[in-house]
Design a protein around this ligand. Structure first.
Ligand code: ATP
Length: 854
């Protein structure tokens, strides 16, 4: 250490405390990075890497352009510690004092170009409570919106929840850090440790009435934010405790599979439920919609009350149009008050707040005049915050400049002293003009000018050819240019000091008045936050009404049983993507007696689409939106599990089949009779008999032990015979016909099992070489012939057999499933009462069994 220069020693000391962050070290007009930081940052930011005389690698960015570089690092999941000079370099003895003034992390950003308006940026914290319970809290620092809950599961559940929320950062204890860090999944969030000092000031006020377990996580979060941001947490609202059972629970994989918020293929919003539903006008409304899709409700009354409001808006086109017009003038109130709370709001922020608040009385009045009970109630609840508006209207100028320090933020007439100073500086300019005129007359130099520059202040300028006019008794030469001389006089300097001091003083006063006002407004933050919530919800309701009208959606009805009757249902997203092609509607009827559908049909016929549309319908209904169907009578579903489609977790190092089994396990262990299960082609990732046995045994288990509404699709036509043993199972198929040797998909769901596989036709449509197609036809014909010869069913009717002992099965694996006599032997074996059989009886049995084989 001692071999380093004093400045480098200072750097290394500070860096020690911020090992996991890029340290932006202020040196004059630059932020410099050294050592490892410099090497890594220069690569990420594409800036030149140099080295100091002592060979220490370094790179730097100009301080006025630092924001962009910092944002780039943050958006890639890094942290940046901003280290400033905290004393005037001119007054410093030795090395200038420096301190980290803020640690910027992916979960604590409050503004910047990379931030999306309609996205929440969550930072979360979690504690393991027991083997299957987790305390979880999360917060958007930019809006101050925070939530806590208890999750069921272990550290894996934490990761899933973070991915669901697209949270940016997780703050945990050291023990949990190790566990989460060990999970091999590619983290899309930054992981940080916060030791549990938990002495956050007034923490209790954020977590009143929360379970004690979740309080710790909130305190840890607040402590981390206080430490990193080193400023006020004033705008952070009390956290909302969410009971899990008040929401429809959908796990991360299912959310992904159903493409609720982002598409599987490229993570885009296009082609998702959000894309369909988002007609919101305000940023706050956009974020609220995402939250609602993320957490549909499971409370009938709450859902129905949302639906009632949507209906009211649906019935009043004019009101909707007027409200939308008004919303266009409303800025992001949540983030505006966030910046006010943080103390970083500028003049333009306050002007935007004023502009937004000016619209509120009109919005309120529109609702009050609506002649609709539900809307009038909403209107009455709006606190219009007009006293804040008045304060801003009086104080803040029409178009304030970007920087508060440039002046022009405060209105004339707001403060008498400011008016006086402004007068002096305006009048000062008049004095100068008068003085210029006077000097021209006194000296006789017609081209005499009075000018101003930062170095010399005001001066009198005479061109070279006119310098003989200079009055030597009063003029003091100040500067010589190529073709002019500049002078000052006592009178000029006197005026100058009057003007400049008035200007300086007025800027200082203006800044003071501005910060005072900003402080004053802090007291109103909770009120504006409440208003923001009301506006955001109104925006979502109107968006639902818009979408319902545009896409011919219907109001769903709910009842207390588990029956589900969707008539002429559609997949609204697929339909929207199809442009003008006709989407074929289908019914989905599940009753207490028939609550499982086994769906067969050719590839590409629409099996997955049908299953997804049922799930999407339930989700839309439970967020309080209308649904894509002619009519829908629905249960309140508690959880949705899907095992659908894409092998999307290859990066996680799991085989497709393993993931399929893990997801099935998750669904089967967590589902209840009120859940909806979607199993698309279970077992297709392994050999036919393995897969078929697994599919069958899962269906039996769900049928006998869970009793959930279940849609099962399969290519194993053999499974369709299960309706004979599983009373609640109904066979349906998606129809297709053949025309001129080509398959034509009708996409229509019909009763009963499909009768033929169209796989080869699909292969033909995909333009596989003709030879392959014709060879496949030959092979198929052979198989079909073989099947005809063999009358026995491949499906094992006796459930025990699907778990048949490996050792017996292996040598005759394929035969055993097909061989009728083996089936009989197995049935006999199963029926043996071993404890009631004598040794002789056993011998006799063996003899009989052997005979069966012959
Ligand atoms: N009801 C419908 N009306 C019109 N087009 C539909 C309908 N259902 C599905 N389609 C179209 O058919 C395509 C294939 O549907 P889907 O992927 O659901 O078939 P699948 O039977 O599950 O196929 P596979 O067995 O190969 O997975 C969809 O992309 C969609 O364009």
């Amino acid at each position: 250490m001692t071999t380093h220069t004093p400045m480098m020693q200072q750097y290394l000391k500070i860096k020690e405390e911020y090992i996991d962050a890029f340290l932006f070290f202020r040196l004059g007009d630059f932020y410099e990075l050294f050592n490892e930081d410099a090497v890594k940052a220069s690569a990420i930011l594409e800036i030149t890497l140099t080295s100091r005389k002592d060979n220490i690698p370094m790179c730097g960015v100009p301080h006025h352009a630092a924001q962009n570089y910092i944002e780039t690092l943050i958006s890639k999941g890094h942290k940046v510690a901003v280290c400033e000079q905290v004393e005037d370099p001119k007054l410093a003895k030795g090395v200038v004092k420096r301190e980290v003034v803020r640690l910027i992390t992916p979960g604590t950003i409050i503004e910047g170009k990379t931030m999306h308006n309609k996205t929440n940026y969550f930072i979360a914290s979690a504690d393991l409570l027991s083997t299957n319970e987790v305390a979880f809290s999360y917060l958007d620092v930019s809006t101050g919106d925070g939530f806590t809950t208890i999750l069921h599961g272990d550290e894996k559940e934490i990761v899933q929840e973070l991915l669901s929320l697209q949270a940016k950062e997780l703050i945990v204890s050291e023990q949990l850090y190790v566990l989460i860090n060990d999970l091999s999944a590619l983290h899309e969030f930054t992981l940080s440790i916060e030791q549990e000092e938990l002495n956050v000031e007034e923490a209790e006020k954020y977590v009143e009435n929360h379970p004690i377990e979740t309080q710790r996580t909130v305190k840890r979060l607040l402590q981390y934010i206080q430490k990193t941001q080193k400023r006020s947490l004033l705008h952070i609202q009390p956290f909302t405790f969410q009971r899990r059972d008040s929401f429809l629970i959908i796990d991360y994989h299912s959310k992904r599979n159903l493409e609720l918020i982002s598409s599987i293929r490229n993570g885009d919003q296009k082609g998702t439920l959000l894309w369909l539903l988002d007609e919101t006008v305000t940023a706050m409304g956009g974020r609220k919609l995402k939250q609602w899709i993320h957490q549909p409700l499971a409370d009938k009354r709450a859902i129905e009350s949302r639906l009632e409001i949507v209906t009211s808006f649906l019935e009043d086109f004019m009101l909707r149009e007027e409200m939308k017009e008004a919303f266009k003038e409303v800025y992001d109130l949540e983030r505006l008050v966030g910046r006010i709370g943080f103390g970083s709001a500028g003049g333009r922020d306050l002007a935007q707040l004023r502009q937004s608040l000016s619209m509120i009385p009109m919005i309120k009045q529109l609702l009050l005049d609506s002649n609709n009970h539900a809307l009038i109630t909403l209107g009455r609840a709006i606190v219009d915050c007009q006293d804040i508006w008045r304060k801003l209207e009086i104080a803040i100028s029409e178009n304030p400049p970007i920087s508060v320090k440039d002046g022009g933020v405060i209105n004339n007439g707001y403060n008498p002293r400011l008016d006086q100073l402004r007068d002096a500086s305006v009048n000062g300019k008049k004095w100068i003009a008068e003085l210029e005129q006077k000097e021209r007359e006194l000296t006789g130099a017609k081209s005499l000018k009075i000018g101003y520059n930062r170095v010399f202040g005001y001066y009198i300028e005479l061109t070279k050819s006119n310098i003989h006019f200079a009055d030597d008794t009063r003029y003091v030469r100040k500067q010589t240019l190529a073709n002019a001389e500049r002078y000052i006089t006592d009178e000029l300097k006197e005026k100058e000091s009057l003007i400049l001091s008035a200007e300086d003083e007025s800027l200082l006063l203006e800044y003071d008045l501005f910060t005072q006002l900003r402080e004053e407004i802090k007291a109103y933050i909770p009120l504006v936050q409440k208003l923001a919530k009301q506006i955001s919800e109104l925006d979502v309701y109107i968006s639902f009404a818009q979408v319902s009208e545009k896409h011919r959606l219907t109001k769903p009805n709910f009842h207390e049983t588990n029956a589900m009757e969707i008539k002429e249902g559609r997949h609204p997203v697929v339909e929207k993507m199809m442009n003008n092609q006709l989407y074929v509607p289908n019914d989905c009827v599940l009753t207490e007696d028939k609550k499982m559908l086994l769906i067969t049909g050719p590839n590409m016929s629409g099996k997955s689409t049908f299953m997804r549309q049922v799930a999407i319908t339930i989700i839309m209904a439970q967020i309080g939106c209308y649904v894509p169907a002619k009519s829908a009578s629905l249960p309140i579903v508690d959880k949705i599990f899907t095992r659908i489609g894409a092998a999307d977790d290859l990066a996680g190092g799991q085989s497709t089949f393993m993931i399929e089994m893990m997801e099935s396990q998750h669904a089967i262990t967590n589902a209840t009779s009120k859940s909806l299960l979607l199993f698309d082609e279970i077992g297709r990732g392994t050999s036919t008999y393995d897969g078929m046995s697994l599919a069958q045994s899962m269906m039996e288990y769900i049928h006998d032990h869970i009793g959930a509404n279940t849609l099962f699709s399969t290519h194993y036509h053999e499974l369709t015979e299960l309706d004979q043993t599983l009373s609640k199972l109904r066979n349906v198929h998606v129809s297709a016909t053949e025309k001129d040797g080509k398959v034509v998909f009708l996409h229509k769901l019909k009763e009963g099992p499909a009768d033929k596989s169209y796989g080869i036709h699909v292969a033909e449509l995909a333009q596989l070489p003709k030879e392959i197609i014709s060879r496949a036809r030959d092979i198929l014909a052979t198989f079909e012939q073989k099947e005809k010869n063999d009358k026995s069913s491949a499906v094992v009717q006796d459930t025990q057999l699907s778990f048949f002992d490996e050792q017996i099965r292996q040598p005759v694996e394929s035969k055993i499933m097909e061989d009728k006599s083996s089936g009989k032997i197995l049935t006999k074996l199963k029926k043996i009462n071993i404890s009631g059989t004598t040794p002789l009886g056993a011998l006799q049995l063996l003899y009989e069994l052997q005979n069966e084989l012959e």
